[in-house]
Design a protein around this ligand. Structure first.
Ligand code: THG
Length: 370
């Protein structure tokens, strides 16, 4: 049975790189922040091997920036997240859960501090722009909240550093993980961070002028020939192996950061003011009933692309649900994330995975898998 195609229109916005992404064989998009995010070029598995062996150019423009600027910027940003940003400095990136008044997750962006009064939230797929505008208006904050013309372009893979050094100069090797610096691309100043949604290493250039998108792509493409550069995108297999959670798939509004496995980015002990603090304190004290965990699934493939499969204990009790799954060519089994009920979340617990292709044996594990 073939599934219907997804109709593209202006509401699923093209990016500054779309013509190139399509010219080099993008096979499918997902919609992310109302924009096109490529999901596959050759096959998930071919894209995966190429990513872990070479270097890829990724159009991750859909990771939109929500810019908060003005005298109350730091206050508004802190209000949105339980991660302590009081000591944040220019040049640092922070992975942080955003939570609402009830402690539910609104998003899990990377936060960049551009100045004392200027931040970018590099957001996952939910409407943080509207949430931030609403808060700014409701609290009467002296800030502007807008989406600037900024489109992240990622260079990922083991040869990424060599390629980026060739194009932008040896200095870039000094940029540390989750730090950003100003770069010069043909006379245009932009920010670039050592970050990206893979565990293979690499950089993200925050392209700040859409009209330069094709030139940026072509420059890296040509310089990358000697490194076997290829097109790529966040890869389902690699990101599950590496323990990278996808907002909207693995967690959403209905989960708090503890359930989402993001406790280490939640600083309840810090003297900071954020929405949902009472709810999160309560959740921490009473403990949560479910948590995002890894599940290894037996078998030499992983069926279908929709993975909303139930889990049960060996005597049939409900144990949770799978949220993402793929076959791992390196581990030679299925790897999945699942929201797992408390009684089953210990490492090594055996469960039954009710896949669309029949039942499989599963074992609860820690993430990352690799
Ligand atoms: N890059 C940029 N924006 C983004 C993403 C990105 N916005 C949406 C989405 N991805 C945000 N989610 C994540 C999740 C994990 C990481 C980055 C973005 C990540 N985590 C590190 C890890 O797991 O190893 C740890 C980071 C830390 O501990 O500080 O890289 O990819 N621009």
């Amino acid at each position: 049975m073939s599934s219907p195609a997804f109709s593209l229109s202006k509401r699923i916005r093209p990016t500054p790189f779309t013509p190139r992404v399509e010219a080099v064989g993008c096979k499918a998009y997902t919609s992310y922040n109302h924009m096109r995010l490529p999901t596959v070029f050759r096959t998930f598995e071919e894209d995966y091997w190429h990513l872990i062996e070479h270097v890829q150019l990724w159009d991750v423009s859909a990771e939109r920036q929500v810019e908060v600027k003005g005298p109350d910027a730091a206050k508004l940003i802190q209000l949105m997240t339980p991660r302590d940003l009081s000591k944040a400095k220019f040049g640092q990136c922070f992975y942080a859960p955003l939570v609402d008044e009830s402690g539910g997750m609104i998003n899990d962006p990377i936060i960049l501090k551009l100045g004392e009064e200027q931040f970018w939230l590099s957001v996952a797929d939910s409407d943080v722009l509207l949430w931030a505008k609403g808060l700014a208006t409701g609290y009467g904050f002296d800030v502007t909240v807008q989406e600037p013309d900024v489109s992240p372009f990622a260079i990922q893979g083991p040869k990424a550093e060599a390629l980026v050094a060739k194009v932008l100069g040896e200095e870039i090797r000094k940029i540390r993980f989750f730090r950003f610096a100003e770069i010069d691309f043909k006379g245009h100043k932009m920010f670039m961070a050592r970050s990206g949604w893979s565990k293979q290493g690499g950089f993200e250039i925050y392209l700040n002028d859409s009209s330069l998108g094709l030139d940026l792509w072509d420059t890296f493409w040509e310089a990358g020939q000697e490194f076997n550069v290829g097109p790529g995108c966040p890869n389902l297999i690699e990101r599950i192996e590496g323990g990278l959670f996808s907002y909207g798939n693995d967690m959403g509004y209905e989960h708090n950061p503890f359930e989402a496995g993001l406790k280490k980015y939640t600083n309840l002990d810090a003297d900071i003011e954020f929405l949902g603090r009472p709810a999160l304190e309560k959740a921490l004290n009473s403990g949560v009933e479910r948590m995002l965990r890894g599940v290894k699934i037996e078998g030499d493939d992983c069926p279908a692309c929709m993975k909303d499969w139930d889990l049960s204990g060996l005597s049939g009790e409900p144990a949770g649900a799978i949220s993402s799954a793929a076959y791992s060519p390196r581990l030679k089994c299925g790897v999945a994330f699942a929201m797992v009920n408390k009684d089953f979340w210990d490492t090594g617990t055996e469960v039954t995975v009710h896949t669309s292709d029949g039942d499989r044996k599963g074992t609860v594990t820690d993430v990352p898998f690799i």
